[in-house]
Ligand binder design. Structure first.
Ligand code: SF4
Ligand code: SF4
Length: 150
């Protein structure tokens, strides 16, 4: 389930690794080209993915991600945040005069929902970074995901 960011009281990543085996990671074409030499990506019906091996992402080592910096797919950097161009009022976020709608996946066990609509300053700073990643203004995360060094 995805909830608008204003309905989330808090979140942190403790690198549990659940998202790395639950999802099939979709790549942009550019990400696909970068990772193609590994032989661990695939194209299906014009869409690009990390190939799952044994039901999990082959780049996961233990609980952590072995891909660093620019090689780590944007979808992975963003999770559990999802940025859209359309959405509901509680997901609205204005950045540089543009409208974005940010949702957070409750599949992450560390998402704590709020009983009422609120704007957590901490969550708002994460939302800001998610939007910066989405627009390409920022390439690497500082706050959203846990350190990925293995
Ligand atoms: S984003 Fe959530 S599910 Fe993924 S590693 Fe971090 S705590 Fe675990
Ligand atoms: S690329 Fe890294 S962050 Fe993405 S699913 Fe694989 S191990 Fe997890």
């Amino acid at each position: 389930m995805y909830v608008p960011w204003r309905r989330v009281a808090s979140w942190h990543c403790d690198a549990c690794g659940i998202c790395c085996y639950r999802y099939r990671v979709r790549l942009t074409f550019y990400e696909y080209l970068k990772l193609r030499p590994t032989g661990l990506v695939e194209e299906k019906f014009g869409r690009y993915y990390i190939r799952k091996i044994g039901g999990r992402c082959p780049f996961q080592v233990g609980r952590l991600c072995s891909l660093q910096g620019v090689k780590k797919p944007a979808a992975c950097k963003l999770f559990p945040f999802f940025v859209r161009r359309k959405g509901e009022r509680d997901a609205f976020y204005e950045y540089n005069g543009e409208e974005f709608y940010v949702y957070i996946s409750t599949d992450c066990p560390n998402v704590v929902l709020s009983r009422e609509r609120r704007e957590s300053k901490r969550v708002e700073s994460l939302v800001r970074e998610a939007v910066q990643l989405y627009t390409g203004e920022k390439r690497n995360v500082e706050f959203i995901t846990a350190p990925t060094v293995v």
